[in-house]
Design a protein around this ligand. Structure first.
Ligand code: PMP
Length: 355
């Protein structure tokens, strides 16, 4: 029996996508060749790349609006560096909501002044700062929409007149937003899009070409745009699986349809965390709670062994919190079914009955 996979990433992918990916590894498009054996410049793979890029823009409502989608390597972590390399001339503004924002800030500081507009660091990042001011003379503003480790999520974004850059690694394609407010969005594939190994970058072309430094080719967004994301050999398998997942999302009814399911999943889990006396949520400010990663803990550590045993028996995988936070973290990405969350909730209820 397939496990209920609450892993934070790499994580659950749709079963039909796994099936088709496995078939393509053996025999891609009835070519009697593996997807892994063909040239990335072959007609069949160029089609995969084009489809993946188009589907990404389509899901975000950004087709024909001056945006380009790229599938690059190096993970979201390389984007911490590339964003600053390509956009930071003098000063950039960063909102610090967690470990990943912190890392992005560290890289940006290599290139210029960084203004931290607000931070929740002293409270172990358990809330999203509000009412901060973004300097209008900064080259761009950077934020992280979903804090994968601590389980917080931005519900609103500032109204600003400088480019807004967002790390959406752990909530891209999970909810509807006005994505045209963002000039650059990046996301590692390994949550809502595919396996590890590729990163989606969606970028408004007009923000490029404004820094005076020389940018090495591999780190230059313009070079990758001009080469249609094929400047060097792309990560063919991760791009293919991402394309299938984006197609699956389209067949499911797109972001608006999946958002409804994601809301239901978060609602039933958080209401159990709130009403079950054995548990407490990590994020106390309810409006800041992430719908992708719910962090919680047992109030009484002595119940841990029993709870862990019940989880194991029910086939629940990947529920341990990040090593820096501890406790539990239920990651409820797009491909995790409502049924998996119902099973988790029933285990929490069983623990309460038995306690
Ligand atoms: N940003 C966020 C929000 C993340 O959750 C992660 C990884 N979990 C990263 C960045 C880093 O991504 P990568 O490992 O692909 O470099």
């Amino acid at each position: 029996m397939k496990k209920h996979n609450f892993s934070a990433g790499p994580c659950v992918l749709p079963q039909s996508v796994l099936q088709k990916s496995a078939e393509a590894v053996l025999n891609f498009n009835n070519s009697n060749l593996s997807l892994l054996e063909i040239s990335h410049r072959s007609k069949d793979f160029v089609e995969v790349m084009d489809n993946a890029r188009n589907l990404a823009l389509e899901h975000l409502g950004l087709q024909n609006k001056g945006y380009q989608a790229l599938f690059l390597q190096g993970g979201a972590s390389l984007e911490f560096l590339m964003v600053a390399y390509n956009l930071l001339e003098k000063k950039a503004a960063y909102l610090n909501t967690g470990t990943w924002s912190d890392k992005a800030i560290k890289e940006a500081k290599l290139f210029g002044e960084v203004v931290e507009v607000a931070t929740s660091k002293s409270d172990n990042f358990n809330f999203i700062p509000k009412n901060y001011k973004v300097p209008s003379d900064a080259d761009y503003f950077h934020c992280t929409s979903n804090n994968t480790i601590f389980g917080t999520q931005m519900q609103s974004f500032p109204e600003i007149n400088i480019p807004m850059v967002c790390d959406m690694s752990s909530d891209i394609f999970s909810r509807q937003l006005d994505f045209s407010k963002f000039s650059l969005i990046y996301a590692g594939a390994q949550k809502n899009m595919g396996p590890a190994g590729t990163t989606l970058i969606v970028i408004k072309e007009e923000i490029l070409g404004k820094v005076s430094r020389v940018i090495p080719s591999m780190l230059n967004y313009k070079v990758h745009i001009d080469k249609e994301s094929m400047f060097n050999t792309p990560a063919v398998f991760p791009v293919y699986v991402s394309m299938l997942t984006l197609q699956w999302l389209k067949d499911m009814g797109g972001v608006s349809a999946i958002e409804k399911v994601n809301n239901q999943k978060a609602e039933i889990l958080y209401s159990e965390i709130d009403k079950n006396p054995l548990f407490e949520g990590f994020v106390t400010n309810k409006e800041d709670r992430s719908k992708m990663n719910a962090t919680f803990n047992l109030r009484n550590d002595k119940l841990k062994a029993t709870f862990d045993d019940l989880l194991k028996q029910a086939g629940i995988n990947g529920l341990n919190g990040h090593r820096s936070v501890g406790g539990y973290r239920a990651s409820m990405y797009n491909a995790l079914t409502l049924e998996s969350v119902q099973v988790l909730v029933s285990i929490m209820q069983a623990l309460e009955k038995g306690a």
